[in-house]
Write a protein that binds this ligand. Structure first.
Ligand code: ZN
Length: 279
C-alpha cells in the first residue's frame, strides 16, 4: 500500500523553512508527499534586494514555491487564499485575507484534498501557529475539523469523491528546550529575543512546547542538503537563513537536523516518543 502524507501549511516557504526535512526524507523513501499551501504569500516581507518584487510578490512567490516543492520531491496544491499579515498587520483587514475566510467553506477545501489524495498522515501547524502567526493558526483551525469531517459521510456530502478518514494528525511544534537554546544565541549576539524577527514583533520567549508534549521526532540528517536547497529557492524571503547561521554547519547537521511534532490523532500520553509518522 502506498504511504501518503498531506501537509496543509499557510505560506509559500513554510513547507521548506518548516518541516522540509521530513518531506524530503519521506519523498525519498517512496512516500507520496502532498503539500497544500493556503495563501499566496503576498503580505510577506521581502528580503533586501527584492524590493522590486513587492509589486508582483504573489507571482514571484508562486514560482519560488513551485521549484522548492519539486526539490523536496513533493506534489504541490494550493488553497487559493490571500495572505494575511502578522498580528496587527493592516493586511489582516482585507476581506479576502485567509483569516477572514468563511470557516465552513475553508474546511471544505481541505476535506476535498483529503478525500482526493487519501493520505494516512495529515500534518499542519500547531494551535500556537509556531510563532502566533494568524495564518498558521487559521490552518490549524480548519485542518483539524477537516481531518474528522473527511471521513464522515454526513459532512460535506457533495465535496470530493467518497468519504475517507486519515489515520493520523500531526502538528508541527518546537520543543521549548530548542527555543531556549536559540534565545541564548540571540542574547549572545546582542539581540532581544522578546522583539525578534524582521519586524521585531515576535516574542521568542513565548514560543515552544514542553519536551514531553513533543511526540514525534524526525531525523533528516541525510536530507539536510535537500531542505537547504529547497529553502534557498525562496530567495525573496531570504532563502531560509536563520539564527543557526551562528553555528558551524557540521554541528547543525549532526545535532539540529530534527523536526518535531505533536501527535493529535490518535492521542498519546505525555512523554510518548516515536521517530516515524507512519510507524
Ligand atoms: Zn508561514
Amino acid at each position: 500500500m502506498t504511504k501518503r502524507l498531506l501537509a496543509v501549511l499557510a505560506h509559500p516557504d513554510d513547507e521548506s523553512f518548516g518541516p522540509g526535512g521530513t518531506f524530503a526524507r519521506y519523498a525519498a523513501e517512496g512516500v507520496d508527499v502532498h503539500i497544500a499551501i493556503a495563501t499566496d504569500g503576498a503580505a510577506g516581507s521581502v528580503a533586501s534586494g527584492y524590493e522590486e518584487a513587492r509589486e508582483k510578490l504573489a507571482e514571484v512567490r508562486a514560482g519560488e514555491l513551485e521549484t522548492a516543492v519539486s526539490v523536496l520531491g513533493a506534489t504541490l496544491h494550493t488553497l487559493g487564499y490571500r495572505d494575511s499579515g502578522y498580528i496587527n498587520d493592516p493586511a489582516n483587514q482585507h476581506p479576502e485575507a485567509f483569516i477572514n475566510a468563511d470557516e465552513y467553506e475553508a474546511i471544505g477545501r481541505v476535506v476535498r484534498l483529503i478525500r482526493e489524495i487519501q493520505p494516512q498522515v495529515v500534518v499542519t501547524h500547531d494551535e500556537t501557529g509556531n510563532y502566533f502567526h494568524p495564518d498558521h493558526i487559521f490552518c490549524w483551525k480548519i485542518t483539524t475539523p477537516a481531518f474528522h469531517a473527511a471521513g464522515d459521510p454526513t459532512q460535506y456530502p457533495d465535496i470530493g469523491p467518497a468519504p475517507y478518514q486519515p489515520q493520523r494528525l500531526y502538528y508541527t511544534a518546537f520543543p521549548n528546550t530548542m527555543i531556549k537554546f536559540y534565545t541564548f544565541l540571540m542574547r549572545l549576539r546582542g539581540q532581544d529575543p522578546r522583539h525578534a524577527g524582521r519586524n521585531k514583533d515576535i516574542d521568542f520567549t513565548r514560543l515552544g512546547f514542553p519536551r514531553n508534549k513533543i511526540h514525534a521526532v524526525i531525523d533528516y540528517r541525510d536530507y539536510w542538503d535537500v531542505k537547504r536547497e529547497a529553502s534557498a529557492k525562496h530567495a525573496s524571503q531570504g532563502g531560509g537563513t536563520g539564527n543557526s547561521r551562528a553555528l558551524p554547519e557540521w554541528f547543525q547537521r549532526r545535532f539540529l537536523a530534527r523536526e518535531t511534532y505533536i501527535r493529535a490523532v490518535p492521542p498519546v500520553p505525555d512523554g510518548f516518543r516515536e521517530t516515524d509518522l507512519f510507524e
